[in-house]
Ligand binder design. Structure first.
Ligand code: FRU
Length: 452
């Protein structure tokens, strides 16, 4: 590419897209308003035979959770619980679980049983129940049958599934038809070949409708030419180019989408804006993503956390919530206890689900897990649903106001216990937020247990 076309590319894709900037991200800091309490293992995991991580509800077109003969359904990435947790991404399979009360979940089975889903394994997505048909959006990672694992990512759809219920529970059955819906175009969305630095991303499709229009959000990267002037000319920072992508279905057909320019990018800031999703409340568009401590560009310190942005329209000028974008994170002494958060609208609050990741682990980097004996890697991995976190959304500010049990996903009309905090009250100070200056990292503070 010559310089002129590089400039055009930058103008269009970097400068005109609402940005999460280094100045915003420099303000990321734990506080009483954004730290969840320590998580302890539940009495029983979701399924002792499985590691379970990224999870999503089967929903209707309007975003409400589908209730089918009294059952609600979650889809989740899963693998055998005998596997070393770090290896699970290489074999991820989408399974479903169902519940009548939003507390006890029963394992259904692999969603795509009897068919050949695309990719050598399937990563996160979303699920639509429309007119009796299940549309399961997912990330086709690698290629089916590949001899060596690759990290090619395509946004795929399995359609044709249906739901059967009887006194014994619920089953999702095929036949399934699999197709690729979207691939990066190399112009607005980086391809694998263009990618420098960390693994590129083109994944995690999130179906939603707004104002009668049908969309998929997804995680992507913005192409930034090697010799561009972005990031003040800093080549190392330029390798960090996460974005939130969007595609639209012009006819509303849930199986035919066209790429549109990204909603937000984090060029020079962060490589991975994972599992993007939206809550629209009173004309405010709350856009949420999960991101990692290790995917921030050099010179920035972030956490494994849920980050959020707000705008007055879908394609508005997204501003980071709370100034920095930080919405919800783990305590300093269990920095990897939860990940892959999803915020769901519930009355005055957003209820945030996640999976229980590594606990009893206070090292500053997740890389250190690999140095633990295998038995400890297995023991310290949650591999089940985390406690649900209650979040108050108030304009451009958010705060954590309580927790519920592991995997408790309340029914729409369910009344929640008193929150820790009501607007107008002083924020209670919770002592486990930050390490004491003198002995940072030396051990665990006396921590409060979750109230779930
Ligand atoms: C988030 C994530 C997703 C991806 C999946 C792979 O936890 O990185 O972006 O789809 O995990 O296991």
């Amino acid at each position: 590419m010559n310089l002129e076309s590089d400039d055009l590319l930058l103008d269009r894709d970097v400068h005109d897209t609402p940005a999460w900037t280094r100045a915003h991200a420099a303000g990321i800091e734990r506080s009483d308003e954004n730290v969840a309490p320590i998580i302890y293992p539940p009495d029983a995991p979701l399924d002792p035979d499985l590691h379970v991580w990224d999870t999503w509800f089967l929903r209707r077109r309007d975003g409400s959770v589908a209730e089918i003969d009294g059952y609600r359904v979650i889809f989740a990435l899963s693998s055998s619980s005998a596997l070393l947790p770090g290896k699970r991404h290489d074999v991820a399979t989408i399974r479903y679980f169902y519940s009548r009360d939003g507390r006890e979940w029963t394992t259904g089975g692999p969603v795509f049983e009897g068919s050949e889903p695309l990719g050598s394994r399937q990563w996160a997505g979303s699920a639509l129940y429309d007119d009796g048909e299940v549309f399961a959006y997912y990330t086709a990672s690698g290629r089916r049958g590949e001899a060596e694992l690759t990290y090619t990512q395509r946004i795929a759809l399995g359609r044709g599934g249906s739901v059967e219920t009887d006194g014994d529970g619920l089953r999702i059955v095929g036949p399934w038809e699999h197709s690729v819906l979207l691939e990066p175009d190399g112009e607005r969305y980086e391809t694998e070949a263009q990618s420098r630095g960390m693994t590129y991303t083109f994944r995690d499709p999130w179906f939603f409708e707004d104002d009668g229009r049908t969309y998929l959000l997804f995680e992507a990267n913005t192409p930034v030419p090697e010799d561009s002037a972005a990031c003040g000319g800093d080549a190392a920072q330029r390798e960090f180019n996460g974005s939130v992508g969007i595609a639209e279905s012009p006819t509303g057909d849930p199986a035919a989408f066209e790429l549109r320019p990204p909603l937000l990018d984090a060029v020079c800031v962060n490589q991975e804006l994972e599992r993007p999703h939206l809550i629209v409340r009173d004309g405010t568009y709350y856009l949420f993503v999960s991101s990692h401590d290790h995917t921030f560009a050099p010179g920035l310190d972030g956490y494994d956390a849920l980050y959020g942005f707000a705008a007055d329209s879908l394609r508005g000028d997204y501003e980071p919530l709370n100034g920095s974008g930080l919405v919800l994170t783990n305590p300093w002494n269990a920095p990897f206890q939860a990940y892959s958060w999803l915020a769901d609208d519930h009355g005055d609050e957003a209820l945030v689900t996640a999976f229980f990741n590594y606990f009893d682990f206070d090292r500053p980097s997740l890389d250190d897990v690999a140095h633990l004996p295998e038995s400890e890697q297995l023991r310290r991995f949650g591999g089940t649903l985390a406690p649900t976190v209650r979040l108050r959304l108030d304009g451009r500010r958010t705060r954590v106001v309580g927790t519920l049990d592991h995997g408790h996903l309340p029914l729409p009309d369910e009344e929640l216990p008193e929150p820790w905090w009501e607007p107008g009250e002083d924020v209670p100070v919770r002592e486990y937020l930050t390490p004491p200056e003198a002995d940072a990292g030396d051990g665990l503070l006396d921590v409060a247990e979750t109230d779930g």
